[in-house]
Design a protein around this ligand. Sequence first.
Ligand SMILES: [Zn+2]
Length: 355
Amino acid sequence: MTDSSATAPIEVAAEYFDGRSARAHAVRLRVAGDRLLIEGDHVHRSEPLATLQWPERTRHGARLLHLADGGSLHCRDSLGWDTWSHAAAGRRDSVVVRVQQRWKWVLVSLLVLVGVVALGYDHLLPLAARGVVALLPASADEALGEAALSSIDGAGITKPTTLSVAQQDAVRVAFAQAVSRLPAGDAPAYRLEFRQSTIGPNAFALPGGAMVLTDELYKLVDGDRDILVGVLGHELGHLRHRHGMRMLVQAGVLSAAAGALYGDFSTLFSQIPVLLGQASYSRGFEHEADVDSVRLMKANGISPAVMATFFVKVRQPRPGAKAASAPEVRLPIALASHPADEERIRFFEDAARDR
Ligand SMILES: [Zn+2]
């Protein structure tokens, strides 16, 4: 007889899948010592707790736990699961608990944001958004970025690249070398993706690290290494400052706050592709990304003047293509569609002189 048995639920019902067949086995889960016991419907397993990957909250609703041998446990009763895992296995500093604590802070921050909106939308909001993003775990960026990329791919905005593997590798290697010359720890994690597109010569970065370079941009600059380092350096700047997330939080602040009140983020998540398509980076974000681009070029002995030349080139109508100023799909996160205005061109020209 122990104190905890009186208050803590020691079992939770779940479904077990063996990873080979689609059959669900009804089981009950219990923690004994340092092992998880899975018992029920022809199943008797005992798994060391240390080998388990406790689930993050992937979606409002079900909890999914993967076992080392490919089997999995599925629980639709998320509240029951969370209570159980906290009580039964909670002495371990599980991912569930840590993530939930983070989310609690996010909720609090979002509520504070509602107050901020009342105080001053224009001035305080970007500042508050930055604070909220700082509290969001990196896994949130990845989840949102992946959702955005698959919705962009799914919407037919992009198609598989037509660049050869050798062409892609040349860009990957050149950029990786360029990034390696930055001070250690100064570059965020990134992943280069190549796509043929309907948005013309373009590049954009998505939260979580995916940077997409279109075939059209590669061809426009003839695979020029210096320009591509400048362009991708700009996108890397957006990643480093988490501009995508900050923009999303700013643009979605009202719905996010509403979601927070209902404890449900799915509303916000479902709006991500829409937000990415409608909102655009502020001039401040663009400038920050340009500063990073210049820093990367200078670390590699590249003159920032190549970017000024590039902007002029990108604005020229291409034979057989629609005018760059009238893309049929708006994707303002992308380079060509932010104003390649005189101010930015001057910035790169000045940076080229200022050695
Ligand atoms: Zn940009």
